[in-house]
Design a binder for this molecule. Structure first.
Ligand code: F1P
Length: 346
């Protein structure tokens, strides 16, 4: 429901029209976008980098705020800094915002709380209507951040002449269908709970993805670490052969995020390399069943077939649900994981 609420604040489902608050700069003339955030919000930034570059054809840099604030990066005057934060109070993100101000960047905030410090110091605030997170770990805020960023990307792409009206409609309608598709994904809850049984006693879990699937792999691994305390790592699937493949054996579940997007074939070939070394693959894809590559996998969750542009919003759900069910089985405190703070303000 919160994905729908957030989407509908920028997108009219019947017409596919996207309306954002006015931007006090010329979107077509932007030399560069820099997107800064921490934790899960940073993975939303990574997804947005692929979207802005491929759909809106604008150069994008992303970094975690804790690094960016000290980097002293030179920035082209009149660029745009986008700051993503569920709480709007994360100290590193706020400090990075101050740096971007000094560098004469325009500032857009994507936050849950319009009265927050990050929102107050921004030129434009795009509010995510995720509502308060019950737990410390960010979950629904992530999908709402993605929904907001996707609307922004389509709107910027049009303003920059990177897509025509037909392409704009196609992307907007794919986005408008996300809430219904998300409901379908939630129907897999039981299958995901069963999968959790195969994971909760493991020591290490790997997540692989390419393109926009890569930040999803990172998010899956972070959620598992945060709430179940199982060691998990997310990798760009092409990086496997540069080291992590040494970790693969029958005891390591490997969760492969593989929507049928432009990276699908390569992801599958990386997955085959894992299987050839005895790795137990859990395949998250819209391609499963008899004619599918996932048939040799240890397990597969079949997700609805959607436009690859919106796949990250849907694949976030099974990776977060899996972490949840693993944590419940382990008996850890899902809402209040040890050592974690709701917002990191120092
Ligand atoms: C960033 C963040 C969350 C994480 C935890 C600590 O917060 O790293 O992603 O789940 O709650 O803070 P925010 O800037 O998005 O509020």
């Amino acid at each position: 429901a919160v994905i729908g609420d957030t989407l509908h604040s920028y997108l009219t489902p019947a017409t596919g029209e996207i309306v954002l608050p006015p931007m006090p700069f010329d979107v077509a003339a932007l030399p560069k976008i820099t997107i800064i955030a921490c934790g899960t919000s940073f993975y939303a930034a990574m997804v947005a980098k692929y979207w802005f570059e491929q759909v809106a054809r604008v150069s994008v840099e992303v970094d975690v705020a804790s690094e960016f604030r000290y980097r002293e990066a030179p920035m082209p005057e009149g660029g745009l800094g986008i700051f993503i934060s569920q709480s709007g109070e994360t100290a590193d993100t706020l400090a990075a915002l101050h740096y971007c101000r000094e560098q004469k960047q325009h500032i857009v905030a994507i936050v849950n709380v319009p009265e927050s410090s990050i929102a107050r110091e921004s030129d434009v605030v795009l509010q995510t209507l995720a509502g308060p997170e019950i737990g410390v770990a960010s979950t629904k805020a992530f999908t709402c951040q993605l929904a907001t960023l996707a609307c922004m990307v389509i709107s910027f792409a049009r303003a920059r002449g990177a897509i025509d009206e037909a392409e704009e409609d196609r992307l907007a309608f794919a986005l408008a269908h996300v809430p219904a598709m998300a409901a379908q994904v939630l129907n897999h809850d039981e299958a995901i709970r069963d999968l959790a049984h195969a994971i909760f006693e493991k020591r290490d879990v790997l997540y692989l993805g390419r393109g926009t699937g890569y930040p999803l792999a990172l998010e899956g691994a972070l959620k598992l670490k945060e709430i179940s305390y199982i060691h998990a790592e997310g990798y760009a699937s092409g990086e496997m052969k540069h080291g992590p493949i040494a970790l693969i054996d029958e005891e390591v579940p490997v969760i492969v995020i593989a929507p049928t997007d432009r990276w699908f074939d390569k992801t599958v070939s990386n997955m085959r390399e894992v299987m050839a070394r005895g790795g137990k693959v859990i395949f998250l894809s819209d391609v499963t069943g008899v004619d599918a590559v996932g048939e040799d996998a240890f397990a597969a969750i079949e997700l609805p077939s959607v436009d690859p542009f919106v796949a990250p919003l849907l694949y976030a759900i099974p990776v977060q649900l899996l972490a949840y069910h693993v944590a419940v089985l382990k008996g850890t405190d899902v809402d209040q994981p040890r050592n974690l703070a709701k917002s990191v303000t120092v």
